[in-house]
Design a binder for this molecule. Structure first.
Ligand SMILES: Nc1ncnc2c1ncn2[C@@H]1O[C@H](COP(=O)(O)OP(=O)(O)OP(=O)(O)O)[C@@H](O)[C@H]1O
Ligand SMILES: [Mg+2]
Length: 253
């Protein structure tokens, strides 16, 4: 397995937040961790990103044990809910920031930066200040900044939660297309059932620090592990595109 979490436990002040968590993900796939507020999604993502260390358990990425490696030394990029962009830098400067420490010459970095800006449709905003661009454009800038360092794994924590409903749908489609095109392995955290169903190759449903069920959206929809999963998803039917991608989920009335 490309990414493997084995028997992860994490407590804060004696309170168990993640309990005996096992997760696996193949290369090039998108995993959504789905669960209600406080179930341990961000804590899990932060352990994969290296911002937290598990109390016990091991995390493997591409064959290497990364459990205790600091975030900046892991081949992992994280897109936070708040984007974490540098307000005093332009869009392009933000995107190429991570290349500074990777031996790029300034011109090389700028050329690569422009390629990644094009990929997210922001080539005309390279020299804009962060406060001059919209929320969706900031989100795309953060995504380009995460991807430009060509990480083995990209982590996203509710990245669309600050966007309005229409933009969320648009960004979701763009992200999925980009993820497929580049074959990036991603872990995406959300509490939105529909978002998870439409984005995921694999879905992990968590409740109170535990993994309740893992599988493809279709598998979970057809065979929910228990009453909790079916009522949490509360879906009545699914619709597919001709090429087999999930197009729409219909909620129970
Ligand atoms: N640094 C911390 N110190 C103490 N408790 C924490 C800390 N971080 C998280 N917690 C607690 O751990 C639990 C899980 O938090 P976490 O942020 O992982 O949830 P989440 O699933 O991401 O929720 P949300 O959907 O609201 O973002 C919560 O009860 C939270 O209060
Ligand atoms: Mg969270």
């Amino acid at each position: 397995m490309f990414l493997e979490l084995k028997s992860i436990h994490k407590s804060f002040d004696g309170q168990k937040v993640v309990e005996n968590l096992d997760l696996t993900l193949e290369k090039g796939q998108l995993l959504c961790i789905l669960g209600s507020s406080g179930c341990g999604k961000t804590t899990t993502l932060n352990m994969i990103g290296g911002f937290l260390t598990p109390d016990t358990g091991t995390i493997f990425l591409d064959g290497a044990d990364i459990t205790t490696i600091p975030p900046e030394k892991r081949p992992v990029s994280t897109v936070f809910q708040s984007y974490g962009l540098f307000p005093h830098m332009t869009v392009l400067e933000n995107v190429i920031y991570g290349l500074k420490f990777r031996g790029y010459k300034k011109r090389q970095a700028r050329e690569k930066g422009m390629r990644y800006l094009e990929m997210v449709g922001l080539q005309d905003y390279a020299n804009s200040a962060i406060h001059e661009i919209s929320g969706g454009q900031q989100q795309r800038t953060a995504l380009a900044r995460a991807l430009i360092v060509e990480p083995k794994l990209c982590l996203l924590d509710e990245p669309f939660s600050n966007l309005d409903a229409a933009l969320r749908v648009k960004m979701r489609k763009e992200l999925k297309a980009l993820q497929r095109e580049l074959g990036i392995t991603m872990v995406f955290v959300t509490h939105d059932q529909e978002e998870a169903m439409l984005l995921s190759d694999q879905m992990a449903i968590m409740d109170q620090g535990r993994l309740i069920q893992m599988g493809s959206p279709e598998e979970i929809f057809r065979n929910p592990a228990n009453e909790f999963v079916s009522s949490f998803l509360s879906l009545s039917s699914l619709r597919w595109e001709e090429d087999g991608t999930l197009l729409k989920v219909i909620k129970e009335p």
